[in-house]
Ligand binder design. Structure first.
Ligand SMILES: O=C(CO)[C@@H](O)[C@H](O)COP(=O)(O)O
Ligand SMILES: [Fe+2]
Length: 224
């Protein structure tokens, strides 16, 4: 398996000083910036859009920005995020009329593409698009808010998707998002995840580096 990636969700960052907070979490050892986009339509919350992504790039953020779109419709915002510096764009298949077309649109925009499956979304959405995916994101909470508890049935789903990926032979990251903490990250990794989104666990901690180091030492027991 490839090296584990830790992707702090900036949903739990301090929006009043976002650039500094993103710098701080990257300097503390995070790999990727997870950028949650909510539209108060597909999910009951409203967050940030392409202008904020561009602002982070202008501020000097060079790490990959992983844009998790919780919006409906999906397609019209994709070119804007690509222009604003997104590296990865993931979306929920229920929010797209034409999943294959949306994946193509993301790739044509120059970004990596991924599908996000909610806790109750079946795996069959992956059936005919594995060759177009760079990332599969399994939600381990219902989307819309940070700070929720990890839904345990995600572990079994992760094991199933890990097998699908390994059997496919494609180079696809398996990301998990929601309720990821120091005390469950090893179990989540053992179930097959290799990219971990964590918002409240990192940004609500007094010291980001301590939490990220603790997560990495938990993950080291799985990598070994
Ligand atoms: O996409 C989402 C929520 O919809 C996430 O990215 C959350 O922001 C994760 O937050 P924590 O559960 O880690 O606090
Ligand atoms: Fe997210």
């Amino acid at each position: 398996m490839r090296p584990f990636l830790i992707a702090p969700s900036i949903l739990s960052a301090d929006f009043a000083r976002l650039g500094e907070d993103v710098d701080a979490v990257l300097n503390a050892g995070a790999d990727v910036v997870h950028f949650d986009v909510m539209d108060n339509h597909y999910v009951p919350n409203l967050t940030i859009g392409p202008m904020v992504c561009q602002a982070l790039r202008n501020y000097g953020v060079t790490a990959d920005i992983d844009v998790h779109l919780m919006v409906k419709p999906v397609d019209r915002i994709i070119p804007d995020f690509a222009k604003a510096g997104a590296s990865i764009i993931t979306f929920h298949p229920e929010a797209s009329e034409h999943v294959d077309r949306t994946l193509q649109l993301i790739k044509e925009s120059g970004c990596k593409a991924g599908l996000v499956l909610n806790p109750a979304t079946p795996l069959h959405y992956l059936d005919h698009v594995m060759d177009k995916l760079d990332v599969i994101l399994l939600m381990s909470v219902n989307p819309g808010f940070g700070g929720q508890s990890f839904i345990p049935s995600t572990l079994d789903k992760l094991r199933q998707v890990r097998k699908l990926i390994d059997d496919s032979g494609f180079d696809i990251r398996l990301q998990v998002d929601g309720g990821v903490k120091v005390d469950n990250i090893a179990e989540i990794a053992a179930a097959g995840a290799d990219m971990f989104v964590a918002g409240s666990a990192i940004f609500n901690a007094p010291d980001y580096k301590t939490v990220i180091d603790e997560m990495r030492s938990e993950l080291a027991s799985i990598e070994a």
